[in-house]
Design a protein. Structure first.
Length: 456
């Protein structure tokens, strides 16, 4: 949700803009004195807002002075000047000095909201493109790009870049689907090891024997089925980074062998008696509370501290809702390109539903939802009817809680009517989108007295 700072010495204007902007979905902070706004900007440690809306003349401070002082602290925050007819020259001077635009009082609310929407959309696209260019310049593919807009994830990304330059082992923690492997990749690409291999292994999907074989390699005859020598991933990653996903699922026996590698920088191939030196940086990830696993005796404390020199905690998607829109648009582009479908965007109702949904499966679930929507889309827009039932229910629940109480049957009737209209009363397709059987849909059509007359 974008944040707008509003500065005007007239209380009525401040009150009006506060209500208007909040009702339009923005966070708002108001200031009646220019010096108060300056103090807020200069005390902030992270970018405090997305746009500043300020009067050109304030009793305690000249508007041009405010613009100059604010831009020195936060040059990337755009400023829209509010001006009366008699001070348009001041506004034009402000534009020359770096203000984004000006608007003349009294202004229609539609004009102001349209200006803000265009500005924020432009900044969003510019930020997404810059992030994508930076990732591509580091040698990553579009699929590896880390897309975000939220301040909370900006802090995570800044920490990632900061610790990437070190050679310390990193523990990445977070719920499933939050993007732990992407962070591991970013750590490698921004490290001095970037020109060496990045090797990834999911520890949860292999048995102990196969996991040991994959990690340490084996010689012929080391176990049943070992018909030839095989190099392990530790050797493959020599000089580079080894990413161990789901490290919390590793058995005590394998933990003991990993501890030796992290301490002594050597290991023994399965079936051999000779140790081999290796230079590897470990990045481990887990969705478990690993400290609790240590307390319960399921994970070695010494290995925990070897791997957890620095920890990075990834927030779940429900705690970074500002990232849902850019992520959804990113996944939409990827899915349309892969499937060669002409789907241009996501309509407002569907986007609202995406933002309101809690995403228990996090970013991975959002990616799957967007791929499903593109597969089912028959027009060039993603609509709410193409989203899974859970997301639609949460959107309907949020809508009814903020407007008026509606009977559950009426909500269902309206939703089924909407999907039938969208599909041209194609019952099989409507049932597929609704997530119910054709027989159930036929019964509900009878119950709610829905006929082809409702198509218009």
């Amino acid at each position: 949700m974008p944040t707008i700072f509003v500065c005007d010495d007239e209380p009525d204007i401040l009150s009006y803009l506060d209500k208007l902007l909040r009702a339009s979905g923005y966070r708002v902070e108001t200031f009646q004195r220019g010096t108060d706004l300056m103090m807020r900007l200069e005390s902030a440690t992270a970018m405090p807002c997305d746009v500043i809306l300020q009067d050109v003349r304030m009793p305690d401070m000249d508007g041009l002075q405010m613009l100059d002082r604010g831009s020195k602290r936060w040059p990337d925050i755009p400023v829209i000047i509010m001006t009366a007819h008699g001070t348009i020259d001041d506004a034009i001077n402000a534009i020359k000095q770096g203000a984004y635009d000006y608007i003349t009082k009294p202004f229609p609310k539609e004009k102001l909201l349209g200006m803000l929407e265009r500005l924020i959309d432009h900044r969003r696209l510019a930020n997404e493109n810059q992030l994508l260019r930076e990732e591509l310049q580091r040698g990553s593919s579009a699929a590896d790009a880390i897309i975000f807009r939220s301040k909370v994830f900006q802090e995570v990304y800044d920490l990632t870049l900061q610790v990437a330059e070190s050679d310390a082992n990193i523990l990445v923690m977070g719920e499933s689907g939050t993007g732990k492997e992407l962070i591991a990749g970013a750590l490698h690409r921004n490290s001095p090891r970037r020109d060496k291999p990045f090797v990834s292994l999911n520890c949860a999907v292999l048995s102990d024997t196969l996991l040991e074989s994959q990690l340490f390699g084996h010689v012929r005859g080391a176990f049943t089925g070992a018909v030839m020598n095989q190099k392990g991933l530790l050797e493959e990653a020599d000089g580079g980074t080894l990413f161990l996903d789901e490290i919390g699922d590793v058995s005590p026996a394998v933990q003991a062998k990993l501890l030796r590698v992290t301490q002594e920088k050597d290991f023994i191939v399965l079936g051999s008696t000779r140790s081999r030196k290796v230079d590897v940086r470990f990045v481990a990830a887990t969705n478990k509370d690993l400290m609790n696993e240590v307390r319960e005796g399921r994970f070695r404390e010494d290995l925990y501290y070897r791997l957890n020199v620095i920890s990075i905690n990834l927030p779940p998607l429900r705690e970074r809702r500002d990232d849902i829109e850019p992520l959804a648009r990113h996944f939409l582009k990827g899915s349309t390109r892969r499937m060669k479908k002409d789907v241009a965007g996501i309509d407002d109702e569907a986007m609202q539903a995406l933002v309101q949904y809690d995403w228990p499966g996090n970013v991975r679930e959002l990616e799957n939802v967007m791929e499903r929507a593109v597969i089912l889309a028959r027009t060039n827009m993603i609509t709410i009817g193409l989203l899974p039932l859970g997301a639609r229910r949460e959107a309907l629940s949020a809508a009814t809680s903020t407007t008026r109480m509606i009977a559950l049957d009426e909500i269902e009737r309206q939703h089924i009517t909407s999907i039938l209209k969208e599909t041209g009363f194609h019952k099989s397709r409507a049932a597929e989108i609704l997530g119910i059987s054709r027989k159930t849909l036929d019964r509900k059509i009878v119950d709610y007295n829905l006929t082809g007359r409702d198509k218009g």
